[in-house]
Design a protein around this ligand. Sequence first.
Ligand code: GLC
Length: 554
Amino acid sequence: MSHTADLWWKNAVIYCLDVETFFDGDGDGCGDFRGLAQRVDYLDEMGVTCIWLMPFYPTPDRDDGYDITDFYGVDPRLGTKGDLVEFLRLARDRGIRVIADLVVNHTSNQHPWFQSARSSPDSPHRDWYVWRDKPPADGPEGIVFPDQEKSLWEYDEKAGQYYLHRFYKHQPDLNVTNPVVRDEIVRVLGYWIHLGLSGFRVDAVPFLLETDGALGADDLPDPHRYLRDLRAFLSRRYGEAVLLGEVNLPYPDTMRFFGDEDGDELTMCFDFIGMQQLYLSLARESAAPLAKALEERPIEPKDAQWATFVRNHDELTLDKLSDDERQEVFDAFGPEKNMQVYGRGLRRRLPSMLDGDMDRIRMVYSLLFSLPGTPVLFYGEEIGMAEELGVEGRNAVRTPMQWSDDHNGGFSPADPDQLSAPVVRGEFGPANVNVVSQVRAPDSLLSWMKLLIRRYRQCPELAWGRYQVLTHDADTVLAHRADQDGGTVVALHNFAAEPAEVTLRLDGLEPDDRLVDLIAGGSTPVEDGRMTLRLGRYGCRWLRVLKRGEVFVP
Ligand code: GLC
């Protein structure tokens, strides 16, 4: 039933942020929990219902915090555990849940566990990692950061052996075939849930479950069993806790991570395939690639959900497109080598890729909120922030939040050299793109986002319902409908700069039904279940079917 909020993740609005670059509360140049606490009302007013915190744990910071030295701590640059708990309490008071990155595929090589493991074969932590005398010929394949790493195995002088690292060599993989490691990971989950988190974004899930390189693989014959155990544990401790998984695989493989038909593994999986096809649709000004993805996307278990997104904190990965398709997207949205990364993705944000074309940017976010699933925003998307290509690698999109056109974009009073990350320069910098100038401007992107979020929350059909891609004869337009408990919402999106006209057939309508426009207002009559609708350049429309006597309160 969509009328109950028990399955809160089904139609949440998730907002991902890095405490380090959000707001500096103590003036030292680094964002912190005190700063974030001051901005909770901003997120609440926008309509965010769940905050996803990127890693905030102690770290040497060689992979922006995805290299952890203490799973039970808070990076002192971001504040104390007390500050974290104060923030959690404040968020809860506003009805906002908080989840955090769970990065347990690996640790930092500075982690005391790894330091102990390498010190001696007799160390109690030796088997917490994956060691070999020689890199095996049949180990796992695929290097994640091919520009910087040449192998998945690194020789450690002190240990006298090679260790497995899926990501950078300073991130040794934990050995999840070791039951002691599995117990410790469960303890980490229990700890943060107890402090007030409502779940986790689980980093690198397929790699976490992979046991190819580990000698103890017999101890964990079915790695999915482990995911089921994690989920069961969480549910026992706190029924509403979620696991939102980073699984970038073809749809049938991703489906396995939801578990059985009742969904006993990940609560949510990101829709990486739909995201990549969205960019292909944008590049081609054709709805077909995205429509096909929606048709092929498997139906998630009843209580599970797909998480949809336009951009995240990493490169915009296009790894699941064919070489030619990827090249099309590169040509359209990131033709320069400096915009590309790892040969598979773009280190840009949407507004710059679309040359600041507001009609088009608005259309994309309208899609995000009307596509079936739970939308996940990356901080700054709501105001149209872009990247700073002067910053290395993926960090180009992780620049400070632009609050105002003041010093450092209002992020921090510190000297610009002291900032944890440089502020975007140029056209998309704080002088033109910031919260203060948009917050009360009815035509701003931020106001548009707020409207979309409100409508999305008012239309549970979109996230909960059965959806169907509607056929018609305008290739540039995606039309889909969502049905739930007798309610019907129809959304149309025009991928082209040319205006379009679409004639649709809607089955199951009564003679007196009409369609009310949820964005522009006004209504369209329906004749014999058919209607003709117009869309402007990159136009979008959301329509709700109203029965005779029904009203829609905006
Ligand atoms: C995930 C994160 C990425 C990180 C990597 C290693 O892919 O999204 O940012 O570098 O895992 O933890």
